[in-house]
Design a protein around this ligand. Sequence first.
Ligand code: SF4
Length: 491
Amino acid sequence: MSDRTAIFGAREGNEGIVRCDACPVLCRIRPGRAGACSRYANRDGALVRTDPLVLMERTLDAGGATVPFLEGSEDWAGGLAPPTFVTAIGAGTTYPDYKPAPFIVASSHAGVDTVTVVTEGIFSYCGLKVKIDTDRHLGAETAAVRVDGEQIGHVTTAEYGSQMLSLGGVRHLTGGSKREGNVTCAAMLALCNKQAVEVSVDGGPKLVLQAGAAPIVDGTPERRMRVGCGSAAIGIFAQQWHGHVDEVIVVDDHITGVLSEHQAGKCLGVPPSGIKVRGRRSTPGRYFQVAQPGNGWGGTDIADPLAVIAGIDPKIAWPGLRLLLTSTTGEDFLYVVLDEDLRPVPVAAPVAVRRTVERIGENCEPALTSILFMAGAGGSLRAGVTENPVLLTREVQASLVRVTIGGAPCMLWPGGGITIMADVLRVPDGAFGYVPTPALVAPIEFSLSAALYARLGGHVDHAVSLERLLAEHGGAARHEGWMPENPWPAP
Ligand code: SF4
């Protein structure tokens, strides 16, 4: 437990009880006990934040070693400490937000006076966008995604080699039963803190999701993210197949490719093979709906790839025709030769053909689960930054205020409000918390020039210098190295 004492909270009665006012729950906490969220506790009659403040110090990589940031470099404006960024992790919350944020830190960057306003935001409006690198069918669009039977989100669009899920959001947090809200909040919290969560999809598989890890589909870890759709695979590898096979079918749930009909085959002079595939022809050599979605070849329900063939035209095909069928990852492939009766007979693939399949595998990337935290920061927490919140919104939208989540850069959505997304892998461990309203607690920092902060009505009287903050809180703080993949959040 940090020995940093919160400046908020009030004593009640004579039993040493403290009322925590850091969120709407307003816990009454007895001495030696923690509040409902475990983020605050009563220590000897004082309200304390139970996690340390996280300070991130910028370092340079010197031949793989981590070294202190070099004094005198152009980003460093002098002073006693290396460039230190005060994150909002462990900073505390100031509910209701008309109070100034817990820390308003004045420092200097490249000779410019700056301010960083940090607070742990309580987000009822938040969710996760989950990208799962897989071809497999994870459920129909809008299918419910559940944890312990409660719906916490839904399947949304399939993207290029990935299936997207939308999890959380205000409707699941507030619009259903109390259990639905609590289960949703707990699942989001675990995923934001980079832990594994098992979910089930209505009409689909069980999934184990963890940011930065391979998705596990019905107990099997996904290995490869496909090279492209079936048509793209034809375009990429046509030249490498040319001369080694007479026809190639790349089986894909969305767009199955057929070499001889595809423009890539036409350009190479590949003659028609007379092999017709099932499904709806979109454009030459590109077929939709060759099968049902599933966990078979290329995200279809096909286990026997020859099932994709609707017929073989005896006027065009010939005995000895060499046909390669492959999935979009190269994990599944079959090489056949037509016999005298034009029946496909599986045979061992020649080395040159095997090499092309291996090349498909080589061009696949590792399958990962990626999780973006998405939240609306355009609400009351702005009042902890400035007395005129719309000015903050405008300056954020004008890119004059840099918004970070625990130091991680945020993508800002266009349009109104401050709707942001951040990759949870770029946020320090254990940065997210919760309150039982239920809502997620996420660190958020606003960095801007001191001059702009004054112009937009900031709480300048509450600013403390970085040096003073380090002197008062640096000892109990958790010190971490700056994540080199994150840009330094100076305005
Ligand atoms: S839930 Fe946590 S933040 Fe909210 S009042 Fe209780 S101890 Fe404080």
